[in-house]
Ligand binder design. Structure first.
Ligand code: NAD
Ligand code: UDP
Length: 309
């Protein structure tokens, strides 16, 4: 198949391109390089099955392909909050433009949705049936509401036009090739620990996240894409939560760092808890993450060390 990966130069997008190329597909990566980087895809540039297009998904595109993965959207709160109007446009117009393309070509399309559709959840773990608790006008709403509107568009294109959609709700994912300056917790803590700078825990550090290693997540995305007729949201994430304070301590130990841990103000609307209920992914896809946090963090640290040294 010739597969379009929108956001293909980003963290998850570049891992997905690699997986699809390895599976014998032709891959066209489309990216505006807002948070993505050519260094993420440099290994594929000489591969005859790989093409790169600089394009913004808010603008319609005509291209002949057999399948679409839409990952185009900044994922780090620092970056999606810097230009919030663009973030919302990327989610909504990007979804609309790519759905129109999928409809015209009659091809399957996957939307990288997110645990952020649950906002600051009142129940834990979060099953797909939970409708969420989202501030519609807060600092995170450009991302949360953008992704919620994109989900609406995906399900309406399925109901109204029969477009063959896949909607994974991705929980926090980490691993090699994350941008070091993207402000997300894993890269912040690792960069700080490696340079013996203080690890900045926001709030008291008792908020939880469930961290999935990228290889597990990509397995889940591809399994979901390839499974017929899954027209419902599916949570993909590691079901083991960790507090941010515990994570800081783990990364400090793994980096053998002398850093102290300092506490900074908690950003507004920062969700207190995040834990996926992955019953559906297990039952429908036979998917469960296999890489534990210690192993995944070690691989991530090793890659960052090799990149900066
Ligand atoms: P990322 O920021 O590394 O990648 C996003 C990519 O999209 C970048 O290459 C960026 O340049 C590109 N992009 C942004 N706006 C664009 C636009 N208007 N037109 C074309 N390209 C554009 O983030 P990531 O972690 O790889 O996330 C990929 C997708 O997965 C995003 O849609 C994100 O919302 C979703 N997601 C990620 C996580 C996670 O923990 N990594 C969790 C939930 C959902
Ligand atoms: N966080 C932190 N220190 C940092 C960066 C983030 O304590 O240097 C916290 C942040 O407040 C949040 C969690 O780590 O509670 C995850 O943040 P991230 O930006 O990685 O993703 P989010 O899940 O909030 O979108």
């Amino acid at each position: 198949m010739r597969v379009l990966v929108a956001g293909g130069a980003g963290f998850l997008g570049s891992h997905l391109c690699k997986r699809l190329l390895g599976g014998g597909h032709e891959v066209i990566a489309l990216d505006n390089f807002y948070t993505g980087s050519k260094s993420n895809i440099k290994d594929f540039l000489t591969n005859p099955n790989f093409e790169l297009i600089r394009h913004d998904v808010t603008v319609p595109i005509e291209i002949e392909i057999d399948a679409i993965y839409n990952l185009a959207c900044p994922a780090s709160p620092v970056h999606y909050q810097k230009f919030p109007v663009q973030t919302l446009k990327t989610s909504v117009l990007g979804a609309l433009n790519l759905l129109e393309l999928a409809r015209r070509l009659n091809v399957r399309i996957l939307q990288a949705s997110t645990s952020e559709v649950y906002g600051d959840p009142k129940i834990s773990p979060q099953p797909e049936e939970y409708w969420g608790n989202v501030n519609p006008h807060g600092l995170r709403s450009c991302y949360d509401e953008g992704k919620r509107a994109a989900e609406s568009l995906f399900f309406d294109f399925n109901r109204q036009y029969g477009v063959d959609i896949r909607v994974p709700r991705i929980f926090n994912t980490y691993g090699p090739h994350m941008a070091l300056d993207d402000g997300r917790v894993v890269t912040n803590f690792i960069s700080q620990a490696l340079s013996n700078q203080p690890l900045t825990v926001y709030g008291q550090g008792n908020q939880t996240r469930s961290l999935c290693y990228v290889d597990d997540l990509i397995d889940g995305l591809v399994l979901l894409f390839e499974k017929p007729e899954i027209h419902q949201p599916i949570n993909l994430g590691n079901p083991t939560p960790v507090t941010m304070l515990q994570l800081a301590e783990e990364i400090k130990t793994l980096c053998n760092s002398k850093s102290e841990i300092v506490f900074k103000p908690l950003p507004s609307d920062d969700p207190l808890q995040r834990e996926p209920d992955i019953t559906k992914a297990k039952e429908i896809l036979g998917w469960t993450p296999v890489i534990g946090r210690r192993e995944g963090l070690q691989k991530t640290i090793d890659e960052i060390v090799s990149r900066v040294s």
